[in-house]
Design a protein around this ligand. Structure first.
Ligand code: ATP
Ligand code: MG
Ligand code: FE
Length: 344
């Protein structure tokens, strides 16, 4: 079936069209530039941008795929988690389309969609698999026995998300927002061992109690202190070296814990998703460690790692293919939708 997916949980208005595991269109309008001067996503600004972008983005997706709305067999929409006002725009649009076209609607979990999207790049998902989802709003390790109905959280960040840490450190280093790609680029010229920044929750009691959890707030503070000290001493800040050292601390912890989880759970496929999965060093180190552990690594292309509508359509298509029950048309948006709930 042809599935149209809508994503509006954060600052991307995404509309994707998928048939089975085939990607037909992936139209994204981002309000990221409007948030840049605030150094973070402003919920009200994001909601208004979704409202303005929704219809044109649906039209663009249909044009790109060469299909008419009437051809769509099912709708899928992110119903949570995310920013409430932003989610409401997508959910309202999806309900309107489902009603007007008289087609089933699936309200889906944003995190499960980040997992399902890899099917568009690499075909059917081996289940169970382990998913490391790292973005501006999430850092989670998930065990996925069945992406359409059984997603289990193993661990998550206890403070900042990985992408949030990248964005905050970028600001400290005088790099633009969102900082992840700029830190990634700067780090290429830097020395990863220049500063030995802390690896949160990786030893002693912390590790025992938080085997699969992450903490990036202490790391972010350590980088800020290090840079301030340099400035107080009147010395130049070696941006590339600090970026590389910070990035190494993040990806070392992420990959170490993800591979420990694969080993503990007896799972031989690791999937990366979320905006931070676009990070070149994370991809390289994950590949290195997966190869050493005999684990298959699956990483969608960067465009499908960040928020988009195709991922929602991909999950919708899988739900339809496995005959799962659609959501009711009075489906609510749920800003704190638990990861264990795949469809609302
Ligand atoms: P959500 O958390 O709800 O998925 P989001 O908008 O934060 O929302 P994404 O669009 O998936 O999520 O990811 C954006 C984040 O990814 C930002 O924090 C950005 O800095 C980070 N990011 C993007 N590219 C890179 C990169 N190459 N290296 C590190 N971080 C990156
Ligand atoms: Mg985003
Ligand atoms: Fe996301």
């Amino acid at each position: 079936p042809l599935v149209l997916g809508i994503e509006t949980s954060c600052d991307e208005t995404g509309v994707g069209l998928v048939r089975g595991t085939e990607l037909l269109a992936d139209a994204v309008a981002s309000s990221v530039d409007e948030h840049a001067r605030f150094g973070g996503v402003v919920p009200e600004v994001a909601s208004r941008a979704h409202l303005e972008a929704m219809v044109p983005t649906v039209e663009r997706a249909c044009a790109d795929a060469g299909v008419r709305l009437a051809d769509v067999d099912a709708l899928a929409v992110t119903s949570g988690p995310g920013l409430m006002g932003a989610l409401l725009v997508g959910v309202a649009a999806a309900k309107a389309l489902a009603l007007a076209l008289d087609r089933p609607l699936y309200g889906v979990n944003h995190l499960a969609a980040h997992v399902a999207v890899d099917q568009l790049a690499h075909g059917p998902l081996p289940e169970p698999c382990l998913a490391l989802l790292v973005s501006g709003g999430h850092s989670s390790l998930l065990l996925v026995p069945d992406v359409t109905e059984d997603v289990r959280p193993l661990g998550q960040t206890i403070d900042d998300a990985a992408g949030e840490a990248f964005d905050k450190v970028a600001r400290v280093l005088g790099l633009p927002f969102p900082g992840g790609p700029y830190v990634d680029r700067a780090a290429r010229e830097g020395d990863r061992a220049y500063v030995d920044f802390p690896r949160g929750l990786t030893s002693g009691r912390d590790l025992e109690r938080h085997r699969y959890d992450f903490s990036f707030s202490g790391l972010k503070t350590a980088v800020a202190r290090w840079v301030e000290q340099r400035e107080r001493d009147g010395e130049p800040v070696p941006v590339a070296d600090v970026a590389a050292s910070f990035q190494e601390a993040v990806v070392d912890v992420l990959t170490r814990k993800a591979l420990a989880a694969c080993r503990d759970q007896g799972v031989d496929t690791l999937l990366l998703g979320g905006g931070v999965a676009a990070n070149s060093r994370l991809r390289a180190l994950a590949q290195e460690r997966c190869d050493a552990a005999g684990v298959a690594l699956r990483v969608p292309p960067p465009r499908l790692c960040t928020d988009n509508g195709a991922m929602v359509a991909a999950l919708g298509a899988e739900l339809a293919a496995r005959g799962r029950t659609p959501s009711p048309l009075d489906l609510p948006a749920d800003s704190s939708m638990p990861v264990t709930v795949v469809t609302a």
